[in-house]
Design a protein around this ligand. Structure first.
Ligand SMILES: Cc1ncc(COP(=O)(O)O)c(C=O)c1O
Length: 481
């Protein structure tokens, strides 16, 4: 029987017990008492966790909690393990974990102000903070909520993919305002680098333009966009009857971590009246680093930027900013009205829901707020700086080994390399073998037709020694193939 009233003693003890288990999980992961990931077949996991039984009979409680929680945690991917150097997913800061816990209790989905006033205000402040880093906010302080055409605007969404889609819809609304009412013409064009995240191609298809709307941007052998060739691509697409209205630049590219030259691309977009979108899901965090900010030179000249806090800003998944140089683009994207509507203002606050695909939306900004509130801006800047710096050191190490090679010097914390005795085609197989040992979680990437092993150095505990151990592990695994 469901008793909806909280039993404060039991709930509190349950809460403590779960938190202690999580704390142990985290410490064990950090101290390598667990594996990074030991993959198991789905059916095995179902049995280990006793899923069928729990669902049919219920009865999960304080006494039998570990029957479920232990296998659940044991078989998870241990992001806090120093050998987790895989996907671009943050090792979450404890502040973000606490914010998730609070949301899980108060459940204030805040896209409608009155449903989550505190979280709504925090999101607005966090958006102002992100805008400020780009150079799109000139308020006296972050709590300046005045509508101002000179300020940028933005919202937080559940992930970079949704953020890319939102930016594309905004560009479409700006260039083809009646597409909301009448649909899109069948000859639109978007110049996109091949190395763009697949969410961009998806967004183009979802938005009804058809996959043919993607015009491949000219790139070099590392898939970095070549701005000097953009005019040629644009002219060719125009000659073929395409109406190109947008250019996408990567900052940085998912596979390689390399940045497209934004300033030069902005020159081209300005002279051709094209919307410039920067996919900074991963790399916009370099804005916090005084030594790396230059990689994003020209970003303030873009029309839209996306920026995932759940990558380099240490929040749990998800927390992505979709940010516009001009506030009006927020209002126009999801509206039949062409008039500028002030920032969703209500009598008390603002309804961000007007500006997103989502209706019920979690308190995403609160997670980043907690990280900032505990670490301060300087703490987060130091983190980004260190990960970028360490990656360069790891590159130096790997490249100095006679049996390894890196195809380029990293610009960010993403690093590709390969075990030289094996051909490109066998690097993926090698990765699989490394994963089977459970000490490391790494990924692979293709650049052109060549495959590489790939690291995203997101983990504060990954050190030079970790990388030396990884290289030894790779050598051991190679012998087994
Ligand atoms: C450059 C880039 N853009 C967009 C995305 C999609 O972001 P999300 O996974 O938050 O949907 C990613 C994910 O890795 C990415 O690397």
């Amino acid at each position: 029987m469901i008793d909806d009233k909280s039993n404060s003693d039991t709930d509190e003890t349950l809460g403590h017990k779960v938190w202690s288990a999580l704390q142990k999980y985290r410490l064990d992961s950090e101290n390598r008492q667990s594996t990074a990931l030991l993959q198991q077949k789905a059916q095995f996991l179902v049995d280990e966790m006793g899923l069928e039984n729990w669902i049919r009979k219920g009865g999960l409680n304080l006494e039998n909690l570990s029957k479920f929680l232990d296998p659940y945690l044991r078989h998870s991917n241990h992001l806090h393990h120093p050998g987790f150097i895989g996907h671009q997913v943050a090792v979450p800061h404890v502040g973000a974990s606490i914010a998730d816990m609070i949301h899980g209790v108060i459940n204030n989905p805040m896209a409608v102000y009155e449903m989550g006033p505190t979280a709504a205000v925090i999101e607005r402040v966090i958006v102002n903070w992100m805008l400020e880093k780009i150079g799109w906010f000139s308020g006296a302080n972050l709590t300046d909520f005045t509508d101002n055409a000179d300020h940028g605007g933005g919202v937080l969404t559940h992930g970079g993919s949704l953020a890319n889609l939102t930016a594309l819809l905004a560009a479409r609304a700006a260039h083809f305002p009646d597409s909301w009412e009448n649909g899109v013409p069948d000859n639109l064009g978007v110049i996109v680098p091949t190395a763009s995240h697949y969410s961009m191609a998806r967004a183009i298809s979802i938005s009804g333009m058809g996959a043919q709307a993607s015009c491949h941007a000219p790139v070099d052998e590392l898939n970095v966009l070549r701005p000097e060739k953009l005019q040629q691509t644009f002219d060719q697409a125009t000659d073929q009857g395409r109406e190109v209205f947008m250019v996408v630049a990567n900052a940085c590219a998912t596979a390689t971590g390399l940045y497209d030259p934004i300033d030069e691309i902005a020159d081209f977009c300005e002279s051709n009246n094209l919307w410039l979108h920067i996919d900074g899901a991963h790399g916009a965090s370099a804005l916090l680093s005084k030594n790396r900010r230059g990689l994003l030179k020209g970003i303030a000249r873009a029309d839209s930027v996306i920026w995932d806090a759940h990558k380099m800003l240490r929040t749990s998944a998800l927390c992505a900013g979709v940010l516009f140089r001009q506030q009006k683009h927020l209002a126009q994207t999801f509206s039949q009205e062409e008039d500028y509507i002030a920032f969703g203002n209500t009598e008390y606050g603002f309804d961000a829901g007007t500006f997103t695909v989502e209706c019920t939306k979690a308190h995403l900004g609160t997670k980043l707020f907690w990280v900032l509130a505990m670490e301060g801006e300087q703490g987060l800047s130091d983190f980004v700086e260190k990960q970028y710096f360490d990656t360069k050191e790891f590159y130096n190490l790997i490249n100095s080994e006679p049996d390894f090679e890196c195809p380029y010097e990293p610009q960010s914390n993403i690093l590709c390399f390969r075990y030289l005795p094996f051909p490109h085609e066998q690097q993926v197989e090698l990765r699989k073998k490394v994963l089977e040992h459970g000490n490391f979680y790494i990924t692979s990437a293709s650049i052109g037709k060549k495959s590489y092993l790939r690291l995203a150095v997101m983990n504060p505990l990954t050190t030079m020694q970790t990388i030396k151990n990884l290289l030894d592990e790779i050598r051991t695994c190679a012998k087994l193939l």
